[in-house]
Design a protein. Structure first.
Length: 375
């Protein structure tokens, strides 16, 4: 083997052209007292759920010499029941698919409906993994228009879909990183535009919907076979470490994504853990109510301090505006609190934490604001 120089890097490899010069997705994980940068649920799972997970995993462990249920039938059935119970829209096994986090759901959708020679559109700033996964699947990415207040202008978005005729349309509600929800009427208009243009698949990303002031739009699936609703157990269920995402859609969509899924993609342990969590939805959703209250408190306090705040339906708040966003991020970090600089000029994002964590954050930004005013 010939020696390789120390400065040999990714771009020296024969990687695909669209991957050159790119950086992998990630948020800094720094050792600080308060971490409010990754939209995690700050509450540990209750003891009774931890015990139930242990029981379920112990049962699954007896058969780890065998492959897991390839179709995750029990899990999908219980996810369908959860969606039916919480949205009022009847779903069953055939309407639901599950994977390793909502990111794998998105990847499978783009592998199925996107790919080389096809395009996807999203309205940025929005979830940064959408264009990253599009790039990874060889799907062309189109930046759709968004208003200065981070809402989607219905007419502009419809025109963009008509012009570009994308194969996949992403609508994130509540939107990440801004937190605002997309009105039902706007989603309907974008769906109709997408069907007139191609027709195309519309992916409604509802990762944060349990925290919303508005209802889920799962009911829009009725009569709309090209609509997909993507969900996750990472946020409301407080199970970010589980990596379990799922979708609800017409049964034909569920059949289609199975054409690209890896065999036995969901481990027996992951399925057992998710099933245990679904047995405790009432308890877990009580934590969601606490976080919604804390999120609203953050909004009120930040406004009182003098910041601009984007209306939030998620478990985080976008606040600003700053002439030097990175400098303010560092000043808050210097006070022991880690928030997120998402690259939205002039804005930072803070996840709703426990009351004590939120107090620490508010104390930090008050201190930063006073320092700025006295400078």
């Amino acid at each position: 083997m010939s020696p390789v120089s120390d400065d040999f890097g990714i771009d020296d490899l024969p990687v695909r052209d669209e991957l050159r010069g790119k950086s992998p997705y990630g948020a800094p994980q720094l050792d600080v007292p308060v971490r409010l940068n990754t939209n995690e649920n700050p509450y540990p799972l209750p003891d009774e759920l931890v015990e139930r997970i242990a029981e379920r995993v112990r049962e699954a462990a007896r058969d780890l010499n065998r492959y897991p249920d390839r179709d995750a039938v029990e899990l999908r059935t219980q996810l369908a029941k959860y969606l039916t119970d919480t949205t009022g829209y009847p779903l069953d096994l055939a309407n639901v698919w599950a994977a390793n986090g909502s990111n794998e759901i998105i990847q499978q959708l783009l592998q199925t409906f996107g790919g080389p020679g096809r395009t996807a559109i999203g309205f940025e700033p929005s979830y940064s993994m959408h264009p990253i996964i599009a790039r990874g699947t060889g799907t062309g990415w189109i930046d759709g228009p968004r208003n200065a207040d981070f809402t989607i202008d219905r007419d502009d978005a419809v025109r963009a879909i008509a012009e570009h005729r994308p194969d996949v349309v992403f609508v994130t509600t509540p939107n990440n990183p801004t937190g605002n929800a997309v009105p039902r009427e706007t989603v309907l208009a974008l769906y109709e535009a997408a069907q007139a243009a191609k027709p195309s698949m519309v992916v409604l990303d509802e990762a944060y919907v349990e925290f919303s002031h508005d209802e889920s739009l799962v009911g829009l699936l009725e009569g709309r076979p090209n609509l997909v609703v993507s969900r996750t157990m990472s946020k409301a269920f407080g199970a970010a470490g589980l990596r379990l995402g799922y979708l609800a859609a017409h049964p034909a969509v569920v059949d289609a994504v199975q054409l690209v899924r890896l065999p036995y993609h969901l481990s027996s342990v992951a399925q057992a853990t998710a099933l245990a969590a679904l047995e405790h939805t009432d308890t877990l959703l009580k934590y969601v109510e606490q976080l919604k209250s804390e999120r609203d408190r953050l909004v009120d306090e930040l406004l009182a301090i003098g910041f601009e705040v984007t209306a939030s339906d998620a478990n985080f708040v976008q606040f600003g505006r700053f002439a030097d966003t990175r400098a303010v991020w560092q000043q808050i970090l210097d006070r022991g609190v880690l928030v997120r600089d998402n690259g939205v000029p002039g804005w930072l994002r803070v996840s709703a934490g426990t009351p004590a964590e939120n107090d620490a954050f508010l104390d930090a930004v008050r201190d930063v604001q006073k320092e700025s005013e006295s400078a």
